[in-house]
Write a protein that binds this ligand. Structure first.
Ligand code: NAD
Length: 423
């Protein structure tokens, strides 16, 4: 059992950065990591990490007011916490230089993952980063190369790998349904996300934002690699959106349908959007179906069983498997433990970093035991290809020329755009 304090810092404190990442870090600091290892499949390492303390030293965001408010929030979850707030355009630089964390968590907008991740790796700091790892293949490769060179962990927050329903579908059922033929995976987010919560929707798209969860899940459990891709998307609502913050609209896709051919013969369609109306019964619309020669398996988030109807709120479904606050025994009613698969990938990334820091393992030996950056390289290739193909096809569609563009991947996941209509 190792005795040591591991210093952590985090960048970004928005919807996910605060409610899931910061919330989880508070529990790691308060209780250590071992209460959370089981659902991430890491309970066999519990004794080795029982003596490890975690200390959040800094929270970095854009604005001072948010930074200070986040420190207060953190102290409600972890009363002994003493993180310092940093703010500005590149707060991670001061944090890395002055606070010298061992591990940096990154929950900045999709287009702003690479700069803090690279800055951390250049200083020998391990990283746990939100999905997608990056939006461009060359950035993903740079990250993996630097992590390899420094022997550093870069974990990504691919929590669907730990969702008990999806894991069971893929691990327990899929091996019984014969040769895999095709699949469909849907994740549609509320309009509030693209119009109100995110200031950065125009720098990403709904497939990069959430489709990457499915490409990770299916790629990881089925061990499949993409060989080609077709994508189309629609720009109707958000480009014409007008409000105080977006007087000229939000120039991104409302929705995308990405069809990928894999090396095992499977064809998978990913359907993603971020324009789901408030009135929809679930927080998100989420479903997956895998079809084989001897059967099929279907998971629909709305079928998990908790459905309620409250006056003025309509009928709603909830998913406490993702995140729930559990009252701590004999504590005040506001003192709760956060549970759910929302934190399992963060746990796995921090656990891997902890083992390297303590000299219990090395980066090479830990590959595959957490959602590592290496496994994100094909996902980033897919994200980059989907955006390029969908944009090109939209231009052709608007010109009345169909949607002829596709992409092909080689064995290293290099992207070749195939445009038969190009002069
Ligand atoms: N794992 C998941 O299921 C999941 C769910 C939602 C979001 N995410 C990801 O988490 C990331 C953040 O999402 P969010 O929902 O918290 O977004 P958000 O828009 O609510 O918050 C963004 C945060 O980034 C900070 N930020 C922006 N520019 C910055 C800068 N230059 N320096 C420091 N901080 C800066 C803002 O201050 C804010 O706190 C995104 O990559 C998103 O895709 C993951």
């Amino acid at each position: 059992m190792a005795n040591r304090t591991i210093k952590i810092a985090t960048i970004g404190g928005g919807m996910f950065g605060r409610d899931v990442v910061l919330r989880s870090l508070a529990d790691f600091e308060r209780c250590g990591i071992i209460p959370y290892l089981g659902t991430a499949g890491l309970d066999h390492h519990a004794r080795e990490l029982a003596g490890v303390d975690y200390k959040l030293v800094a929270i970095g965001v854009r604005h001072e007011k948010t930074g200070r408010a986040l420190v207060e929030d953190y102290r409600k979850w972890c009363p002994s916490g003493t993180p310092k707030a940093y703010w500005g355009e590149t707060p991670w630089i001061d944090i890395l230089e002055k606070e010298k964390p061992d591990v940096l968590f990154v929950a900045t907008p999709d287009s702003l993952h690479t700069p803090p991740v690279v800055a951390a790796l250049d200083r020998g700091v391990h990283v746990v980063v939100e999905k997608p790892l990056a939006l461009f293949l060359d950035e993903a490769r740079t990250i993996v190369r630097k992590a390899d060179k420094g022997g550093l962990i870069v974990g990504t927050d691919m929590h669907k790998r730990y969702d008990a329903f999806l894991r069971s579908a893929l691990v327990d059922v899929v091996p019984q349904i014969g040769d895999l033929l095709y699949a469909r995976a849907v994740l549609e987010e509320p309009l509030e996300v693209s119009t109100k919560i995110f200031k950065w929707a125009a720098t990403s798209n709904p497939f990069s934002y959430v489709g990457v969860h499915w490409t990770d899940l299916l790629g990881y459990y089925l061990n499949i690699k993409p060989v080609s891709l077709h994508a189309v998307g629609q720009k109707k609502l958000l480009v014409n959106w007008r409000d105080e913050r977006n007087p000229n609209g939000i120039n991104t896709f409302d929705s995308l349908q990405v069809n990928i051919q894999y090396d095992n013969g499977m064809n998978i369609t990913y359907v993603n959007a971020w324009v789901n109306p408030d009135d929809f019964e679930g927080n998100v619309n989420q479903e997956m179906e895998v079809v084989g020669s001897l059967g099929r398996v279907f998971v629909d988030q709305q079928d998990r069983g908790l459905r309620c109807c409250i006056t003025g709120q309509g009928t709603r479904t909830k998913n406490p498997h993702f995140q729930a606050e559990v009252p701590r025994a004999a504590a005040s009613k506001d003192d709760t433990a956060c549970i759910g698969y929302c934190r399992d990938a963060l746990t796995a990334g921090l656990e891997a970093a902890s083992r390297v820091i303590l000299g219990l393992a090395d980066r090479q030996g830990l590959k595959g035991t957490y959602p590592d950056a290496d496994s994100s390289v094909p996902l980033v290739a897919i994200v980059e290809a989907a955006e390029r193909v969908a944009k090109a096809n939209l231009a052709y569609l608007n010109a009345g020329k169909g949607a002829p563009v596709t992409a092909r991947f080689d064995k290293e996941f290099n992207v070749e755009i195939i445009d038969p209509a190009a002069g």
